[in-house]
Design a protein around this ligand. Structure first.
Ligand code: CO
Length: 507
């Protein structure tokens, strides 16, 4: 084959970058799960070295040279038309990554990494002391740095925020997100008002005592029942649940245990399993290459939220799973009916904290953050005015006002790391997820019955063959179009929540 030699060299370089990233992922996983407290500083040094090595390889001129030999340039990223489709997709992804990194001057990359570390530490301290003023200069610095990064990538004016969004959701622009979020906000707010006027389900049995070791035993059982291949991954404990992959056959998830709330760990396990299945089902021929990963934050969240909420909080799901859960906790749940449990896991109650939000109010937390960060990058909102703007928006969106900045503008880590443009992907995940689900249901009319019987195989197979297998080959809008024939829209998600919660709350 023409180009064979060049392709082999490029794949070998890409593989080295991938291996280095996996080693870094292992260090990071270990930091969250095992690291003794005093080891933090040395680990930070190890991580910085690894990240430098990855960055150095990924921006080596050799990659640019090989891509050019294949005809791949910034203007024509997919390269020579005679290349096989898979290799053209490979060129596209590699060219995009290379351009993004190579456009940042090395001095700037070092400054960014240093500022990020300092800002994140300042945020952790400020949150602990409830002191936004101490964090504000660091946040301002991160805003300035990301503005400069966007400048290197060619963004100016309104294009700055679009450049940042592109890091997390390639191909989706702020104006489009605004259009999608408008009906989302209106209809979710209306639904929350209707729900608030109805009696709340009894959730007292959830607040009983649930031994964390027994919860862990149940979670392993649940993973088996979900079809999680435990020879290709594992479950551990960390402060915040996450999924991290150290290779095609090593996808790890974590959860956390609260003695008085078994639902928190159970639904984290289901959520993170959704992320893990995506990575586990990527087509074997993409294994070990830059194409062999989930395509975006939004598509990733669509998979985790589908499994957690649409499947995991459905009545059918607990029809199949509640008897086993009762066997693990006979004293606490023996007398609880399936219906009472189903209502309890779907309780809707607006709260101040995003990560604790229910399925209905969650997206409102996201829209609030999206609007604030967009105003910051449009120059309409000063960093120092953020706490006040946060409070006003919270009242407007959820009718609640935080007593402290720790429960308000300081609650999330994202902005301290310069991750502006990240938040929308969580809400977009809800929209993608339900559009995919609609299609799955029409392809698999027996999906509900299978879930109720505890058989998740048909769903996994459909998701794997239709969505997961593609890895990074298709950008999110292309993937959505290919699977559903549609463009991104809020209706499927809104129809789903409105119907579901009308049933639960008797609206
Ligand atoms: Co997630």
């Amino acid at each position: 084959m023409r180009f064979e030699d060049t392709l082999n060299k490029l794949h070998a370089l890409d593989r080295e970058c991938g291996l280095l990233s996996e080693v870094t992922a292992l260090l990071s996983w270990d930091q969250e799960v095992n690291l003794p407290r005093a080891g933090v500083e040395e680990r930070a040094e190890q991580m910085a070295l690894m990240e430098g090595l990855v960055h150095g390889r990924a921006t080596s001129p050799e990659i640019d040279k090989l891509l050019r030999e294949l005809g791949s340039t910034s203007e024509n990223p997919r390269g020579d038309e005679s290349l096989p489709a898979l290799e053209r997709d490979f060129c596209k992804v590699l060219r995009r990554e290379y351009d993004r990194m190579a456009k940042l001057p090395p001095d700037f990359v070092r400054e960014y990494a240093r500022a990020q570390g300092i800002s994140q530490a300042a945020w952790a301290e400020a949150r602990k002391r409830n002191d936004f003023a101490a964090f504000a200069p660091h946040l301002q610095n991160m805003v300035d740095i990301m503005r400069r990064a966007a400048g290197y990538w060619g963004g100016s004016g309104a294009g700055v925020y679009d450049c940042l969004l592109d890091l997390y959701e390639p191909g989706v622009k702020a104006d489009e997100i605004s259009r999608l979020f408008k009906p989302l906000r209106e209809r979710l707010s209306a639904l929350i008002r209707q729900i608030a006027a109805r009696p709340q389900p009894d959730t007292s049995f959830v607040e009983g005592e649930y031994d964390p070791d027994q919860q862990a035993r149940y979670n392993h059982e649940l993973m088996k029942r979900l079809g999680f291949p435990l020879d290709r991954g594992r479950l551990d404990v960390s402060a915040h649940p996450f999924t991290n992959g150290m290779g095609y056959n090593d996808i790890r998830i974590t959860t956390r245990y609260a003695k008085n709330d078994p639902l928190s760990s159970i639904f984290s396990v289901i959520h993170e399993s959704g992320h893990a299945f995506y990575e586990l089902h990527i087509a074997p021929e993409l294994r070990g290459s830059s194409l062999g990963q989930g395509v975006s934050m939004g598509i990733h969240e669509s998979q985790s939220r589908l499994l957690e909420n649409v499947v995991g909080r459905s009545r059918s799901f607990w029809e199949g799973q509640f008897p086993a859960l009762k066997e693990f906790f006979p004293r606490q749940l023996g007398q609880v009916s399936l219906d009472a449990f189903y209502r309890a896991v779907n309780r809707v109650q607006p709260s101040l904290i995003r990560t604790e939000a229910d399925e209905v109010s969650y997206s409102l937390h996201i829209i609030l953050r999206f609007e604030l960060e967009r105003r910051i990058f449009a120059g309409e909102l000063a960093v120092n005015d953020l706490p006040k703007a946060w409070e006003e928006s919270m009242k407007e969106f959820l009718g609640l006002a935080p007593d402290t900045d720790a429960q308000g503008v300081l609650q999330d880590i994202h902005w301290s790391q310069g991750s502006f443009g990240y938040f929308p992907s969580y809400a977009l995940g809800n929209l993608y997820g339900l559009q995919f689900w609609q299609k799955l249901r029409s392809d698999l009319p027996g999906a509900d019955a299978a879930i109720a019987a505890g058989n998740f195989e048909p769903i996994h197979t459909w998701l794997a063959d239709t969505i997961h297998c593609w890895g990074k080959r298709l950008d999110p809008p292309e993937l959505l179009k290919k699977v559903t024939g549609q463009v991104l829209a809020p209706d499927a998600f809104l129809d789903y929540v409105e119907t579901k919660y009308a049933g639960i709350y008797g609206l």
